[in-house]
Ligand binder design. Structure first.
Ligand SMILES: Nc1nc2c(ncn2[C@@H]2O[C@H](COP(=O)(O)OP(=O)(O)OP(=O)(O)O)[C@@H](O)[C@H]2O)c(=O)[nH]1
Ligand SMILES: [Mg+2]
Length: 509
């Protein structure tokens, strides 16, 4: 039976590949032709060693400057030869891989000693790049680093690495997939606890595993449909295979849709929440920015209309990365520069993930109504800070709003409560715990992931629109869906999984 299935798979693949011929497509409806279009854009990616990869590369892997240690990394087929030329040890035994050794680093031509350090050799494929790798741990000083890099440049088989080339080799060697590469970059860039956790998850492969689970699920549906194509005529195919595939595809679609309707939580956690402070002139917007930044970042004066252009700062609020914009006070004005500032402020409010409106208590109307300049911009999701409470004469204050605080940025009254409440609101909005971690890490952390998942959802929907008589087209839609999900990790060759699934696939199961 397995053998028959394998033959069927081959035949089916031939059949589906035939669909690319224009003569066949001309028999299809416009709708079907449209559905088949994307195949032209699907390039199956098979990692291959490029010529450039054969070169041995080197680079300083730690930041330049004064520090205890600097690491120079060498990767490629001649890494061991580099060792022989620049590393001098007291022992004459063979180099033992993955073992740090005390050594002298010498110039390969003059044999002058450059530094006293440590060296370690990682034998391929058990290294970061999957190639032979040599790491020289030297003292981090400008002259030491320069002399070691200069020494390596004298080796004709070595060249300086290009930006990201070590990681690129790790990807090409299959050590990391694309989602892990992104995670690694995010980990290096992480500035807050929530970013670190999210990036670590992606770099460690947990994110890729979740995408892979989705892709495998789609391929399981595809395997059933392809078997149906080949066994439907005259062979004993257990009933319900098509309905089974449809039910599974519907479940997968629900899962993908749930990942997509995440409020862009992962992207926001990775790149930072965009927070725009807005309000009438002189309300204390710039004072609030300075309070959050704990420094005099913005100019504060008693003159209404002080802030003209947008001032942007990146801050960590309760473990969450926040990009705060201070904007010009909103008012009608004849001043051209201020008009531009007000226009920019309006755009910044629209582009914000969170808008924070600062209103001076002095500017509230007799029955606590908001000034007209901000009234139409405030929604139930807007964060409200009623500032200058030190100037409030009335005992009662009646503005009801879910996110509302009262402060005096002059006396400090209410600011502690505001900061604690604001951080807590951010955490609950983005579903984070006290320390900035998330109970369930969001799957989508890059716009690229979202595009591919949306496209996969579209193909599954198209599959669900096909009838049992159109299984050939249905199979194509599922194939595109699997490829779209595979693009997230850079694995879009589905043949391997298809084979492994078919190996224990039994018709009707
Ligand atoms: N009494 C009092 N004055 C405050 C308070 N907060 C800020 N101020 C003062 O109000 C004035 C305006 O503050 P800013 O922070 O520049 O106000 P802004 O909203 O940025 O003003 P524009 O940039 O002109 O739109 C300054 O003189 C501040 O010192 C407060 O809580 N109480
Ligand atoms: Mg200002």
């Amino acid at each position: 039976m397995q053998c028959a299935v394998a033959t069927a798979v081959r035949r089916t693949r031939h059949l589906t590949s035939c669909l690319n011929f224009p003569s066949r497509i001309s028999f299809l409806s416009v709708h079907q032709q449209h559905r088949l279009e994307p195949r032209r854009f699907v390039h199956e990616y098979i990692p291959r060693r490029s010529d450039a990869q054969k070169a041995t590369i080197y680079a300083l892997s730690t930041p330049p400057g004064k520090a205890g240690i600097a690491v120079v990394r060498v990767s490629g087929p001649d890494a061991l030869q580099v060792w022989e030329n620049v590393v001098q040890r007291s022992s004459h035994s063979n180099v033992e891989p993955w073992r740090m050794e005390r050594c002298r680093i010498v110039h390969p031509v003059t044999k002058n000693m450059l530094d006293d350090g440590l060296a370690v050799y990682f034998k391929a494929p058990k290294s970061f790049t999957t190639e032979d790798v040599l790491e020289l741990h030297i003292h981090s000083g400008r002259a030491v680093i320069a002399s070691v890099l200069d020494a390596l440049s004298h080796l004709p088989y070595c060249r300086p690495a290009e930006p990201g080339e070590f990681t690129k080799r790790a990807f090409l060697g299959g050590r990391l997939d694309l989602a892990q590469v992104e995670g690694l970059k995010d980990l290096i860039d992480a500035e807050t606890e929530s970013q670190r956790r999210l990036a670590l998850e992606a770099a460690g492969g947990a994110t890729s595993a979740r995408f892979e689970e989705l892709r495998t699920g789609i391929i399981r549906c595809l395997a059933k449909i392809e078997a149906l194509i080949d066994f439907s005529e005259g062979e004993n195919l257990e009933e319900g295979v098509y309905d089974d595939a449809r039910n599974n595809a519907t479940k997968l679609l629900t899962t993908i849709r749930s990942y997509l309707s995440d409020n862009r939580r992962g992207e926001i956690m990775r790149s930072g929440v965009r927070l725009t402070i807005f309000g009438p002139p002189n309300a204390g917007k710039s004072s609030l920015l300075n309070f959050l930044a704990r420094r005099e970042a913005a100019i504060v004066t008693p003159v209404p209309g002080t802030t003209r252009d947008i001032l942007e700062l990146s801050l960590d609020i309760g473990g969450i990365p926040v990009i705060i914009s201070d904007t010009a006070g909103l008012r009608a004005t004849d001043d051209l520069v201020e008009q531009i500032g007000v226009e920019r402020a309006r755009k910044a409010i629209q582009a914000a993930d969170i808008a924070l409106c600062v209103v001076s208590c002095e500017d509230l109307g007799a029955s606590s109504e908001l000034p007209s300049s901000v009234r139409e911009l405030v929604t139930k999701d807007t964060f409200m800070v009623f500032n200058k409470m030190d100037l409030l004469k009335k005992d009662s204050f009646s503005v009801e709003h879910p996110y509302r605080w009262m402060t005096s940025l002059k006396t400090g009254q209410g600011t502690t409560e505001f900061l604690a409440g604001f951080a807590e609101s951010l955490r609950s909005k983005y579903d984070l715990d006290q320390d900035g971690s998330s109970s369930e890490a969001p799957l989508i952390t890059h716009a690229r992931h979202r595009i591919h998942l949306e496209s996969a959802a579209g193909f599954i929907e198209a599959f669900l629109e096909t009838t049992a008589d159109e299984v050939v087209f249905g199979a194509e839609e599922l194939r595109y869906a699997a490829q779209a999900v595979g693009k997230v990790s850079g694995r879009i060759d589905i043949e391997d999984i298809l084979d492994s699934i078919f190996r224990d696939f039994c018709i009707g199961k």
